[in-house]
Structures are given as structure tokens and as C-alpha cells.
Design a protein around this ligand. Structure first.
Ligand SMILES: NC(=O)c1ccc[n+]([C@@H]2O[C@H](COP(=O)([O-])OP(=O)(O)OC[C@H]3O[C@@H](n4cnc5c(N)ncnc54)[C@H](OP(=O)(O)O)[C@@H]3O)[C@@H](O)[C@H]2O)c1
Length: 266
């Protein structure tokens, strides 16, 4: 079936990818992904479970590997615009797969909570995401001549991306600093975060992630990037709602004016 690039494999997988994104969104109303201290799968019996740090690294590694492999198979891999997007991608996924997990402060005694199902779902997404974008940027997309750097879609998308990425990093840092540098089993596991994007919403780190993928989709102007944006929204908006409810349930003094993820809206 061809409907977008003219390549049957790409177009069929892209259609399947959007169907998968819809499924993930629907499933998020039943329960959020089983990882992390609040939502991890510790209550379930059996099955493989990893700690947060190992879970994140293993789950996100295909983000660092699949994209460059497909990228350098494309005929336009050494053009300036695709190379710029390669740099953005590697920067983004080095942070997600390596830097963030290594800096993470895991509460001593935390049960391994990262389920195998979450890791496999992450791999499927990252394989598709890597293939869709790398193949489009270096083979199927015909807009990526040097003029693309002057195109308003590229420039606006880049600004949105940088703003979102900055918000994500800053919010992750605030959360990280809620726990002491040296592991302390007596310190409370969770506190209320303040400052930065937390002034307005419970999950600015998720808002930042959504904005960075919005920026990436605008600056590359391709449906492969819209696929991962749909996956991210389908995953993180319901997760922010769960997290918001969790804070209200567990902290009587939780700031009532905060929304879950979109300031003033949701
Ligand atoms: N692209 C995507 O689809 C996607 C999906 C998921 C996540 N992400 C990104 O990956 C990053 C991590 O996500 P996550 O879902 O693991 O986020 P998270 O809930 O923000 O947790 C991040 C870290 O902070 C700790 N933490 C969270 N709230 C805390 C609090 N109130 N007090 C003390 N420590 C707290 C967590 O500990 P515990 O583990 O012990 O709770 C964990 O170590 C975020 O930047 C997110 O945007 C992206």
C-alpha cells in the first residue's frame, strides 16, 4: 500500500504505527505504563522487572542505535540539513537513554518496578520512530536542501524544540534535587516540587517532552515525526493526569491552582 512516500514498506508501517498510537492512547485510560515508584509493577507476581536506571537505559537504547544505522543507509545522509537533524536526534537520545538515567536518584530499597512489557512497547516505538524519521530525512523527503534552514517551518520548529527540551531538562533537574545526593533511606521518597514549570502544572517535564516532539515534527515537517508526537501525547497526557491525582491524594497542601499538564487548561 502506498499513500505517503510511495514506498510500500514505509507507508504500510506508518499506517500501522498510527493505529498502534491510537491503541496506546486508548490503553492509557485503563492504566498508565508500569514503571517508576508510583506506577511500577511491583504489586504483580512473576515476570522480569528491572530497576529504574537499568530499565530506562535498556528501553531507550534503540533510540540511539536504530536511527543512525538507517540514516547512513540513505542516499542523502551527508547533506547539511539531514546531518543537522542527526545531531539533534543524537543529542536528544543521549540525554534520554544515558544522561537522565545516570543522574537519576533512586530511593534506597526501591523495588525493581520496570516491567518487561513496558520495555518491549518502548522498543517497538523506538524502532518505528527511528526508521520513519531516518528513512524520510535521508531518502524519501525531498525538501531538505540547504534552503530548508531558511524555511519558517524549520525556524519555528527549532524554537519550539529548544523551549520544550529546556523545560524538560529543567523540570527533571528540579525533581532530581528533591532527593538527597547521597542515598538516605530515611528521607521521604516524594516531596512537592516547586519552581520553574511546576508553578503552573504538575508535570512540566512531560509538557517539555511533548513540546520538543512538536518542535521536531514542525522543523522536519514529516509524518514519521507526527507518529512519535502522537505516541508521546497518548502516553504522557494520561500519565500526567494519574500523577496529578496521586499528588492530590497524598499531599493535603498540594497547590490547588496547578493543572496537570497544560497551564490553565488541563
Ligand atoms: N517520550 C515519551 O513518551 C516519554 C515517556 C515517559 C517519560 N519520558 C520522559 O522521561 C523522563 C522521566 O520520566 P518519568 O515518567 O520516569 O518521570 P518522573 O515521574 O518525572 O520521575 C523522574 C524521577 O524523579 C523521581 N520523582 C518524581 N517525582 C518525584 C517527587 N515528587 N519527589 C521526589 N522524586 C520524584 C522519580 O522517582 P521514582 O521512580 O521513585 O518515582 C524518578 O527517579 C521525563 O523527562 C519524561 O518526560 C518520555
Amino acid at each position: 500500500m502506498t499513500w505517503y512516500t510511495g514506498d510500500a514498506l514505509y507507508d504500510t508501517l506508518l499506517l500501522i504505527g498510527f493505529g498502534y498510537a491510537l491503541l496506546v492512547f486508548a490503553a492509557s485510560f485503563v492504566g498508565t505504563a508500569a514503571y517508576g515508584g508510583r506506577f511500577g509493577s511491583k504489586g504483580r507476581r512473576g515476570g522480569v522487572k528491572l530497576g529504574s536506571r537499568a530499565g530506562w537505559i535498556i528501553m531507550e537504547l534503540p533510540g540511539l542505535l536504530v536511527f543512525p544505522v538507517i540514516f547512513f543507509m540513505g542516499p542523502n545522509a551527508y547533506e547539511a540539513v539531514p546531518l543537522f537533524f542527526l545531531a539533534v536526534w543524537m543529542f536528544h537520545y543521549s540525554n534520554r537513554a544515558l544522561v537522565t538515567p545516570m543522574l537519576m536518584r533512586v530511593q534506597p530499597g526501591s523495588a525493581a518496578s520496570f516491567s518487561l512489557g513496558v520495555i518491549i512497547a518502548g522498543w517497538i516505538t523506538l524502532f518505528l520512530h527511528g526508521y520513519f524519521n531516518a528513512a524520510y530525512l535521508t531518502e524519501f523527503g525531498d525538501q531538505y536542501t540547504r534552503d530548508w534552514f531558511q524555511d519558517p517551518r524549520f525556524q519555528i520548529g527549532l524554537v519550539i524544540y529548544l523551549f520544550g527540551f529546556g523545560l524538560n531538562l529543567h523540570s527533571d533537574r528540579i525533581l532530581r534535587n528533591l532527593r538527597p545526593k547521597q542515598p538516605d533511606p530515611d528521607a521521604p521518597r516524594y516531596r512537592i516540587p516547586y519552581g520553574g514549570g511546576f508553578r503552573w502544572v504538575t508535570c512540566p517535564q512531560y509538557l517539555g517532552e511533548i513540546l520538543s516532539f512538536t518542535g521536531f515534527a514542525v522543523m522536519t515537517w514529516n509524518l514519521g515525526a507526527v507518529f512519535v508526537l502522537a505516541m508521546t501525547v497518548g502516553n504522557l497526557v494520561p500519565r500526567a493526569l494519574y500523577t496529578h491525582r496521586w499528588f492530590h491524594k497524598n499531599f493535603d497542601d498540594y497547590p490547588p491552582e496547578r493543572r496537570a499538564i497544560f497551564p490553565g487548561l488541563l
